[in-house]
Write a new protein. Structure first.
Length: 266
């Protein structure tokens, strides 16, 4: 264990993983409670298009994937609000187009295999100082939403119609929630991977929902579970020399299974 913690890349992975998992746990409660789990998967796969474009242009993928995915998130919300299409239909359309573009961009890129693999499945070796810095900035930005926006988001989560009547900024607040979720997902890809990032956001929040008795308690417990399971998963991925994403999600799934057993026994 001491040898593991002496490795700079492992310390970077743990630091970034703890910060990002706290964000995932925080935003995950809204994803679960609003039944938006498919949106998490859609944004994760949408990020694939931005990452592939960055690799094609030889630009750090993070700087391309963040605005690309935020624009996709805003476009999904706009289509849902301004057409008669269901939310999952809009997500499915942009999901498919983004993946198709990503495949085309990767086909045109010269050096793609190793970088693409780390983003698909997560790799603790690929977490950089830049990822840590962006994670810290994002965590600070999320913390500033707690005094005002958490209450607004919570109200809209449980009574969207009343929130629209009483609060003229509901749509803008929801846009900000979706945009911050999109950025969290993109920055998290090196830790957990594109294919599993939706589960990483959803599973701790789902476990917390089974165990908590209030939405505030669910939020706190989701953050705690997300941080603990991510840290444990990263340690095991290092010890077993396995991709970090699958190991983290398996640990989270075990916790979810335990939560279900205790819930059933009540």
């Amino acid at each position: 264990m001491i040898e593991m913690l002496s490795q700079p890349f492992m310390m970077r992975a743990l630091a970034a993983g703890i910060m990002l998992s706290a964000l995932a746990g925080y935003f995950g409660v809204f994803v679960v409670q609003r039944q938006m789990s498919f949106l998490g998967a859609g944004l994760g796969h949408a990020a694939f298009g931005g990452i592939a474009l960055g690799l094609l242009l030889s630009i750090p993928p993070l700087w391309v994937a963040v605005p690309f995915t935020v624009l996709i998130a805003i476009a999904i919300t706009w289509v849902k609000d301004h057409t008669r299409l269901a939310n999952d239909t809009a997500i499915g359309i942009f999901f498919s187009v983004s993946v198709a573009l990503g495949i085309l961009f990767l086909a045109l890129a010269e050096t793609r295999n190793a970088d693409a693999f780390s983003y698909l499945f997560g790799s603790i070796l690929s977490v950089s100082r830049t990822d840590m810095t962006v994670s810290a900035i994002l965590l600070l930005a999320a913390a500033t939403t707690l005094p005002r926006l958490w209450g607004h988001w919570s109200y809209a989560t449980f009574d969207a119609e009343a929130a629209k009547i009483e609060d003229r900024n509901t749509r803008q607040d929801d846009m900000l929630l979706i945009a911050m979720l999109a950025v969290t997902i993109v920055v998290s890809l090196k830790v957990v991977g594109i294919l599993l990032v939706a589960a990483w956001v959803v599973v701790p929040a789902a476990s917390a929902r089974l165990m908590a008795t209030s939405f505030g308690g669910m939020t706190r417990l989701s953050v705690i579970l997300a941080v603990l399971t991510t840290a444990v998963g990263l340690v095991f991925s290092y010890l077993l020399d396995l991709p970090s994403g699958p190991v983290i999600v398996i640990v989270q799934a075990l916790v979810f299974g335990i939560a279900m057993l205790f819930k059933r026994s009540d």
